[in-house]
Design a protein around this ligand. Structure first.
Ligand SMILES: [Mn+2]
Length: 416
């Protein structure tokens, strides 16, 4: 098993960047299919999707266009079944038409004029959010949406979150290919962290190693705040100060997500910073490993997230693990993953409690355990998080390269 694991790592490293090229990540046909699909939800009006103002494009805009240019605006016309993109510079007009299949490319200065022409046809204006859009807090107050609202007070703004959530939750074959690459890069970055971690380093150094490795392999860096708690910091699942000097004997619970072509992969690895599990750390790793494996054996189309726990409880009980006694928690499909680490959901649930899992969904398998002393202070813990794809008959672990067993982790950590 160990030999096979090392061989896989070696092959993956040698293959390097070869799996995907850069540039327009999907075919124009894929973007067009997404917009056409959305049109069925807006037969009586138009959708306005705003691009971001900054460097990284927002997720919905990238999903429907692949266009990175800041300050762009997309209109999807559900009545005429066509799309129009407004760009602040028309220099890339030809390329944008070719790469996106968008029917009309216009300068941003013409947007209000075009909206005036819609004014006679409909009062239904659909926008993503306010619940799930990356810019959800600002979307209704931002120009040009604010300008549009002020200029056309009779427009009724309707929420597209559920329609977009349903689409984005089911990944296409092309998206799955990109997510496999995001997973490969993120997994290798976690392996590099394991190789280089040692007592005396600061938590932030591990975050820096991860980011550097993701970028070196063609990714965009951290997809979310790096959470690298060590020793006493592990009580806080959102700890991202990463300012502590790690000491001999500490467990580190590194929760870091890599991004590649805007797609994210969420992975957590728990390891002893000195490279050797002590007796208690061994026990916790074995328990969480068994629970996480059981979760993946249960994930399948048709099951609800909240029903996973009961089945897992029975599976691990056969191995002598009592989930309640050991204090294991988060035994469910924790959240969706895609263009956002905590991705949009098909049901408006932030966490997929009652949503039925379907092929093409990408979710996390993320059980944790924390041990408290008699005063309630956390003294040890473990957390394993994989990003998995729901398949026709079960699931596939996209982050399979990450070492999980004690033997695998100690071996990698010995390769200084
Ligand atoms: Mn997560």
């Amino acid at each position: 098993m160990q030999k096979r694991f090392s061989l896989i790592i070696l092959i993956v490293i040698l293959l390097g960047f070869s799996t995907l090229s850069s540039g327009g990540i999907f075919d124009a046909a894929e973007y067009k299919a997404r917009r056409t699909n959305l049109m069925t939800s807006i037969p009586d009006g138009i959708a306005i999707i705003l691009g971001s103002e900054g460097k990284m494009q927002n997720s919905n805009f990238i999903y429907f266009t692949g266009v990175e240019e800041p300050n762009s605006v997309l209109i999807i016309d559900g009545m005429k079944k066509e799309s129009i993109i407004f760009l602040s510079s028309m220099e890339s007009k030809e390329i944008v038409m070719e790469e996106t299949g968008i029917e009309r490319v216009l300068p941003l200065s013409q947007m209000i004029q075009l909206l005036s022409s819609y004014h006679a046809q409909t009062d239904s204006i659909y926008t993503p959010g306010p619940k799930w859009d990356a810019d959800r807090k600002r979307i209704y107050n931002r120009t040009p949406v604010k300008r549009i609202r002020d200029m056309f007070p009779s427009f009724r703004f309707k929420d597209l979150s559920t329609a977009i959530g349903k689409m984005r939750a089911i990944k296409s074959p092309a998206e799955i290919k990109v997510m496999r690459e995001a997973a490969r890069i993120s997994s290798l970055a976690h392996i590099e962290v394991l190789r280089r971690a040692k007592p005396g380093m600061y938590e932030w150094e591990l975050a820096a190693i991860f980011k550097d490795c993701v970028k070196r392999l063609g990714g965009q860096g951290h997809a979310a705040n790096a959470i690298v708690p060590s020793g006493p910091n592990i009580y806080d699942p959102h700890y991202n100060k990463n300012s502590r000097k790690m000491e001999d004997g500490d467990i580190v619970m590194a929760d870091m997500c890599g991004e590649y072509e805007y797609y994210d992969i969420d992975i957590s690895v728990s390891f002893p910073v000195n490279g050797k599990f002590n007796a208690r750390q061994r026990k916790l790793n074995e328990i969480v490993c068994a629970v996480e494996e059981a979760m993946r054996s249960v994930f399948r189309p048709g099951i609800r997230s909240i029903d996973v726990e009961e089945e897992v409880r029975k599976i691990v009980a056969k191995k002598g693990i009592d989930i309640d006694k050991e204090g294991v928690y988060r035994i469910l499909a924790d959240h969706w993953v895609g263009l956002d680490v905590h991705d949009v959901s098909p049901s408006q649930e932030r966490y997929p409690r009652t949503t039925i899992l379907q092929p093409g969904m990408v979710i996390t398998s993320d059980p944790s355990i924390r041990i408290k002393d008699e005063n309630g202070i956390v003294i040890d813990g473990n957390k394993i998080e994989n990003t998995v794809l729901i398949t026709e008959d079960g699931c596939e672990n996209l982050s399979y390269l990450v070492p999980r067993t004690i033997e695998e982790i100690e071996k990698i950590m010995a390769e200084k």
